[in-house]
Design a binder for this molecule. Structure first.
Ligand code: ADP
Length: 934
């Protein structure tokens, strides 16, 4: 027990000591707590959630300016001074917070001090939860009034800053060192969208990496403020925008660059405006510099303030040379008064357009058109003038030249011997010269108020108006008649041309008075008509006469022929032969005259036959050979190998010329040779021109007689003519015929040496298979000679009685050729020139056969045959064989021949072999018939 008591006493002692120690510690704590400037408080909550004990340190009274002990541990008392606006939050946080079992609770709120001022306090509580459900909450409440005030000030400052940054009108952004936009103001956001927290190159430039010229980058790299005057970027929508940027480093207190502040001034609008302005300025500059006009600006003193290159070029200066010079330095002295007057007006405010001659640097003139305007300042004061100058020097020169040429032209027009006038399309005269006035008898004024219809006979008015209106045959010349003012008429030759006059079509006319010419023409025409009539009469007379002469002559020749066949003694035979020879000459003369008169009367027409030149030449040669051989002359015919032989033309007339020339050659040559040379003269697609030359070694022709020989009836020496015979018609006929054949004729000769007569003629080519001479200069003479040697089998009737052939053919050469061919065949031949003569001859002489040309004048072969065959015919032998000679191509003619009663036909030109065969056949038939009939 004692122990217990001891124990108890000890325990009490220990407890008392512990209590004392605890109290001492509490006092220390209280002391410590009272030293704390914050209110320390606590409260307990029992298991039922009721506040069961509380402690509030006395600092509370001090803090609230209350007498010590006012609050004590009374929370309600404390909370009664809490600002009513803040109380709910305080209650929620500190008192009710227990329920939420959150350990830390903080509340900031206002509390009213005893003197009525407000304190800002911050209470912080920490709850401790006992396992049995009780809770003890400890906390402190500190005076944060000063901090709050500082915060308020800061907030206000922030607000101001915010207002400034948001309304600054420029973009502001803070960029971190990794190029993130930390913050951006509205301006930035408006342009670039929500950029905060995003990388700046992506948002401002839509680039993946930092721009090389990025201002912020430079700031980070160099640590200095950077200004970028023009930075392009992309706005939210991808549109290019322009900004001016100032980037400034933001440093921490150690001076390290943390971030960069970017001031972005949008200059897109301004830049566009500036660009536009620059563009338009450049455009104007270009216009001014490249203008084809000279441009100048003069200052108030009329000195050059600006000149463009063109003006300088126009005047031969460099632009700089002209600047500041007075404008009168380019004005000619004589133009000065006018210039000064203009400048005065200019200073008074008058612009205008005028022509001005300017002096070039080299002293020459430059004509310009000046368009000037006055320049004024805003107050309306004269500040100079602006002028554009067009160089019209060339135009001036052209004007002068035009004036000069117009004057020249006008003089020429006035001096012209013909009437010259211009009429418009309605026919009104718009220009006339003096001759026109005189020719038509009006004054210039009168004529200019008149119309072409006033100077034309009524019958020509409609045609003239039509011509003017349609400009049909606008460029032509024709004869017309003009009516003078007094009503008389003047014949004119009118030359009209369509011209353009001031942009309108008009007609220029030149009228030549042809009164005299008309008179001469009338006289000439009458004379010509009279001459033609006379020629016609002469030709007709000749034709008639020769016909009249020839008929009895044919009788004479025919009869002498019969006589010669009879038994005559030598003397009788000689007389009859002379008579026959004379008759032949007379007949050939008459034929020539007839031929010539026919050509003169233009009645001779050429035939168009396909023929072989070789056989034509051979016929010719055959004929000429007779005379040549008689005289012992050599006769050669040379054809150049290039000459085509198959031709189309008139072989009869060709032969006629050749025989005329060849006959003369034989006639006028006593020894030596005669050469016929045929060569090519020219050729085109359809035609060939061939040259024929007949060369002899005869008497030749004196030079002074050569020219006249181709005229009719001209002979070199008429005394010799008697020796040689002839009429002087052969060459005249040959000339006419050569010309008819599209050729020419000429001669070269040397007296005593010989002559060359040549002519050319145009022939058509035969379409196909035409050949040329096979051998060079084929000697046709050889063939002739051969034929002579072998001899032609004579076609003869029985015994001595030779067959007698009548040839009806109008062409004398054809006659001669036929005669020669038939003679060679041993046949007697008489020729007549037309159908009527043939009928007459057949009535007198018992011919055995007739060779009848179809085409003959007076009466053709068809008609003659019909008459011969007619029942009442007086022909000695009505059924005599009649062989027609006709153009091979005339198919219709052949049928006509048979119908007319002819027995057969032979194609012209007649070929000897063919003729021989034909005659052999028909003479045999005729002989048989005769024998039968006998
Ligand atoms: P014709 O011979 O009938 O007299 P032409 O007209 O044929 O008529 O010839 C006229 C004249 O030209 C001839 O009379 C002759 O004086 C001269 N003549 C023509 N050809 C020759 C010639 N080859 N040689 C010399 N004189 C010629």
């Amino acid at each position: 027990m004692c122990d217990d008591i001891i124990d108890c006493t000890q325990a009490e002692e220990e407890l008392r000591k512990a209590l004392q120690a605890a109290q001492a510690r509490i006092a220390q704590y209280e002391q410590a707590v009272s030293m704390i400037s914050d209110i320390v408080w606590s409260y307990d909550v029992n298991t039922k959630g009721e506040h069961v004990g509380s402690y509030i340190s006395p600092v509370a009274d001090r803090m609230l300016g209350l007498p010590v002990g006012t609050i004590g541990d009374n929370f309600e008392k404390y909370f009664s001074d809490v600002h009513p606006d803040d109380f709910p939050a305080v209650q929620e946080t500190l008192l009710e917070g227990v329920r939420t079992r959150e350990k830390d609770k903080t509340a900031e709120y206002r509390i009213r001090k005893a003197d009525g001022t407000i304190l800002w306090v911050r209470s912080k509580g920490l709850a401790y939860y006992y396992p049995d459900g009780r809770v003890t909450v400890h906390g402190t409440t500190s005076d944060i009034t000063e901090r709050k005030r500082a915060e308020e000030i800061l907030k206000a400052e922030r607000l101001k800053l915010d207002i400034v940054t948001q309304n600054i009108g420029a973009g502001l952004a803070i960029i971190s060192r990794d190029y993130q936009t930390v913050w951006a103001n509205n301006v930035i956001k408006k342009i670039f969208g929500d950029v905060e927290g995003k990388s700046c190159h992506l948002t401002y430039n839509q680039r993946d990496t930092v721009c090389p010229d990025c201002g912020v980058k430079k700031v980070f790299e160099h640590g200095e403020k950077v200004a970028v005057h023009e930075q392009s970027g992309k706005d939210e929508h991808g549109e290019t925008i322009w900004s001016e940027i100032i980037a400034t480093p933001i440093r921490d207190d150690k001076g390290m660059i943390m971030e960069a502040l970017e001031l972005v001034v949008p200059i897109t609008v301004r830049k566009r405006a500036v660009d536009k302005l620059q563009e338009s300025e450049a455009r104007y500059r270009r216009i001014v510099e490249t203008a084809s006009e000279g441009i100048m600006i003069l200052d108030t003193q009329f000195c050059f303030a600006f000149v463009n290159q063109k003006l300088a070029d126009m005047l031969g200066y460099l632009p700089v040379e002209m600047l500041d010079r007075p404008v009168i330095s380019i004005i000619f002295e004589e133009d000065l008064p006018d210039h000064l007057a203009t400048m005065e007006k200019r200073a008074a405010g008058a612009g205008g357009q005028y022509e001005r001659r300017l002096r070039r640097k080299d002293g020459s003139s430059c004509w310009t058109i000046v368009s000037a305007t006055v320049l004024r300042d805003e107050a309306g004061q004269f500040t100079g003038s602006f002028a554009m100058l067009t160089d019209i020097t060339e135009r001036k020169k052209a004007d002068e030249a035009l004036k000069e040429s117009e004057l020249r032209f006008r003089t020429m027009v006035e001096m012209a011997p013909d009437a010259i006038f211009i009429v418009n399309q309605t026919g009104a005269f718009i220009e006339v010269n003096a001759v026109a006035c005189k020719q038509i008898g009006y004054t210039r004024e009168q004529l200019l108020s008149r119309h072409v219809s006033d100077i034309l006979p009524v019958s020509l008015v409609a045609k003239a108006s039509w011509r003017l209106k349609t400009l049909e045959n606008a460029d032509s010349s024709y004869e017309s008649i003009h009516v003078r003012s007094d009503g008389t008429q003047v014949p004119v030759e009118l030359n009209i041309r369509k011209i353009m006059l001031n942009g309108n079509l008009a007609m220029l006319g030149i009228a030549r008075d042809i009164t005299e010419r008309k008179q001469v023409e009338t006289v000439l025409r009458e004379a010509k008509e009279a001459a033609e009539a006379a020629t016609k009469v002469k030709s007709e007379f000749l034709a008639k006469m020769s016909h009249e002469i020839r008929t009895p002559l044919n009788g004479i020749i025919g009869m002498i022929g019969l006589l010669l066949d009879m038994d005559l003694n030598a003397e009788q035979y000689e007389y009859a032969q002379i008579a026959s020879f004379s008759g032949e000459i007379l007949l050939s003369l008459i034929n020539d005259i007839l031929d010539f008169s026919k050509i003169e009367a233009r009645k001779l027409e050429l035939e168009t036959l396909d023929f072989d030149l070789r056989s034509t030449l051979k016929d010719t040669e055959d004929l000429l050979a007779i005379g040549a051989h008689e005289k012992g002359l050599e006769l050669v015919c040379l054809v150049e190998p290039t000459v085509p032989l198959l031709l189309r033309g008139d072989p009869g007339r060709l032969r006629q010329i050749l025989i005329n020339l060849g006959g003369n050659a034989v006639k006028f040559t006593d020894k030596g040779k005669i050469v016929i040379r045929v060569s090519m003269e020219g050729e085109d697609e359809q035609n060939i021109t061939i040259r024929f030359a007949v060369i002899d070694t005869g008497i030749g022709i004196p030079a002074n007689r050569m020219d006249s020989l181709f005229s009719p009836f001209i002979q070199v020496d008429s005394s010799k003519t008697r020796k040689y015979g002839g009429t002087g018609l052969g060459l005249a006929i040959s000339k006419q015929m050569a010309e008819l054949m599209g050729g020419k004729i000429g001669l070269e000769s040397k007296e005593g040496k010989g002559s060359t007569f040549w002519f050319t003629a145009v022939f058509e080519k035969q379409p196909a298979g035409s050949g040329s001479a096979q051998e060079t200069f084929a000697k046709i003479e050889g063939e002739v000679a051969m034929e002579h040697s072998t001899g032609e089998p004579a076609i003869s009737g029985n015994g001595n009685c030779k067959m007698r052939i009548l040839v009806a053919e109008d062409n004398p050469v054809n006659q001669k050729v036929a005669q020669a061919m038939l003679k060679k065949m041993g046949l007697r031949t008489d020729v007549v020139a037309n159908g009527q003569e043939a009928i007459n001859a057949l009535q007198m002489i018992p011919y055995d056969l007739v060779l009848m040309d179809c085409q003959m004048p007076e009466m053709d072969g068809f008609e003659a045959t019909r008459v011969i065959r007619h029942e009442g015919s007086k022909a000695l032998n009505r059924s005599i064989p009649i062989i027609a000679t006709t153009a091979a191509t005339m198919q219709g003619d052949r049928e006509k021949c048979i119908q007319a009663g002819m027995n057969d036909f032979i194609a012209k030109p007649v070929q000897k072999r063919e003729l021989s065969e034909m005659l052999t056949r028909w003479l045999a038939i005729a002989t048989n018939d005769n024998m039968k009939s006998e």
